[in-house]
Design a protein around this ligand. Structure first.
Ligand code: 16G
Ligand code: ZN
Length: 548
């Protein structure tokens, strides 16, 4: 009863914006920041209930990633550090769209009963809050706190300005009983990075490499990197667009660089030949690029697919060392399964390349929650979206076995190649974020592997050549009219459209094309790929006309 009146009272202070229907999409709720107070308040309630239900620490992140600075958004991190369980998304939608506080209290009441959420006011709940650098973040964070505080026993812990992956990492660490401050995060990343550098085979340290220039998207990632740089060894970093210079995501950042394939602001022809990287607005995406000399600001893009390929090569190398039989006798190898996960946006050339390496490549729909879930089925699962979001997941079983390999001299002689390979994989598991894709940790792993291989950005870029591709978006009244199957490669509704797409695609050598409803905007997206730039553009245009 007391709970009911607190909830009624506090929610009446956060009326929903009239005439807006929000849905918890692939990246939580996202909209113009000015209409989000009520939504964020309600997600605070949701986070508290999730924490009560799971009896674990939950995360709440306020960010709109690569979107305009005037937008914002909110999403939940589950106890594992991953995305909110999909089973709770319908409740999130209902809660966000409840027309008034009476309906809201009723919804909560029903849901608590249905989900058997312990709700005597005796249990405690803890929610870690984070936000990116958007100016609207501060007051939205207050709204989240109010939502959390309206659930008896729930405590909000404000972690301040963070990258999205930092918050996910902290939630995961807390639930494993580990320390989880930003300092702990930086410590773990920098020590595992140093470990990988220590383990570089002699002879490869040809290039105490030239510096890396990072575009921080004028957001939280750039800001954090400036702090991190002070404790980071073995890496020469120059950070641009770290926040002071310009507007968040405005002609800067990983999304811009990957979609437009031009240099971000703050970069110039004089940077030609340098190794450059770009983070997105909340630092969960990473792409690399180099500026092409005398080419009108065009770049040579190294996207998520190529980062995935680099990671896969390194992991395969370590697994193959581990499987070499030192003594020629008994085979102690662990039958580790290795799989890579992509989406339909992966460049066809990357998929071919990975398959030629003998890797198992599987596809899921767009959205981290799908890729992550699939990758977790392997002992080592590597997933990446072409846009630069991805990570490597290593199973507990494998880590345990590697621990044995690296510490028991009876299994591998100390200082042996096998021991080093085991130590490398263990370091990777500490460096690369196990909760979610993380541009800062991804960047360090790329840098460590390039040094390990003794590779320049050019050598890396030459692993394979991307097929020309083109992306378009078509504004539609109702994007849900487009329904896809088979990891978004086949349209099943509207009827007949897939046949028409097939007919268009067949006209182009190496043609491939698909359409899908966006999960974040009211548009249908078109992706086309073909043997030439012109063909890719033509294919995309003609398929876009089919959608219109
Ligand atoms: C969200 C997704 C991202 C995906 C993008 C696609 C997460 C955390 N983020 O940003 O993975 O690539 O949406 O956007 O899942 P779209 O549906 O508008 O094309
Ligand atoms: Zn992002």
């Amino acid at each position: 009863e007391k709970q009911r009146s607190i909830l009624l009272d506090s929610s009446s202070r956060f009326p929903p914006p009239p005439g807006v229907k929000l849905s918890y999409g692939t990246s939580g709720f996202r909209a113009d920041a000015s209409i989000l107070q009520s939504t964020v308040f309600r997600v605070g309630i949701l986070a508290a209930l999730r924490s009560l239900k799971t009896q674990s620490v939950i995360g709440l992140m306020i960010t709109a990633s690569h979107n305009d600075v005037s937008d914002n958004g909110v999403k939940i991190a589950d106890p594992s550090g991953g995305m909110l369980s999909q089973a709770w998304e319908p409740f999130a939608d209902a809660l966000a769209n409840a027309p008034d506080s009476l309906h809201l209290v009723q919804l909560v009441d029903d849901f608590v009963r249905k989900e058997n959420i312990p709700f005597e006011g005796l249990e405690s709940a803890e929610i870690l809050l984070g936000r990116d650098t958007r100016p609207s973040g501060e007051s939205l964070l207050e709204a989240a706190k109010k939502g959390i505080n309206s659930i008896v026993g729930a405590v909000a812990v404000d972690m301040g300005v963070l990258t999205t992956p930092q918050l996910h990492w902290m939630v995961r660490a807390r639930n494993k009983g580990m320390k989880a401050t930003e300092l702990d995060y930086f410590d773990q990343l920098s020590s595992s990075f140093s470990k990988l550098i220590d383990l570089i085979p002699h002879g490869n340290i040809v290039n105490t490499m030239d510096k890396l220039i990072v575009d921080g998207a004028n957001g939280v990632g750039g800001e954090k990197l400036v702090v991190f740089k002070k404790v980071l060894q073995f890496l020469d970093l120059e950070i641009r667009n770290s926040g002071k210079e310009g507007v968040l995501n405005e002609e800067v950042g990983a999304d811009y660089v990957q979609k437009e394939k031009v240099v971000p602001r703050g970069f110039a022809p004089a940077d030609a030949g340098m190794r450059c990287a770009s983070l997105d607005g909340d630092a969960d995406r990473l792409v690399y690029f180099s500026v092409i000399p005398n080419a009108d600001n065009r770049i040579c893009l190294i996207d998520g697919d190529k980062i995935l390929s680099l990671f896969a090569l390194f992991i395969m190398e370590q697994l193959s060392i581990l499987n070499q039989n030192e003594c020629g006798g008994e085979n102690n190898s662990y039958p580790a399964t290795l799989g890579v996960v992509q989406t339909a946006y992966a460049n066809g050339a990357s998929t071919d390349y990975l398959k030629h390496l003998g890797l198992e490549v599987v596809f899921t729909p767009t959205g981290v929650k799908y890729l992550h879930e699939k990758a977790a089925e392997y002992d080592i699962g590597i997933y990446f979206e072409a846009n630069g979001h991805g990570t490597i997941l290593l199973s507990e079983g494998l880590l345990h076995w590697l621990d044995g390999r690296s510490s028991k001299p009876s299994l591998t002689s100390k200082g042996s190649e096998q021991q080093k390979a085991a130590l490398r994989l263990l370091a990777v598991s500490k460096l690369i974020n196990q909760a979610v894709g993380d541009a800062l940790s991804g960047l360090l792993l790329v840098e460590a592997i390039l040094q390990h291989m003794g590779w320049s950005i050019h050598r890396w870029s030459e692993l394979y050549h991307d097929l020309p591709s083109r992306q378009l978006k078509v504004k539609v009244v109702d994007r849900s009219a487009v329904v896809t199957e088979n990891a978004e490669t086949v349209v099943v509704r509207p009827l007949g459209i897939q046949e028409a797409i097939n007919a268009e695609t067949a006209k182009y050598p190496q043609g491939r094309c698909f359409i899908r409803p966006s999960g974040t905007e009211d548009v249908v997206r078109v992706y086309a790929e073909a043997s030439t730039e012109e063909a890719a553009v033509n294919l995309a245009n003609s398929v876009a006309r089919l959608v219109d």
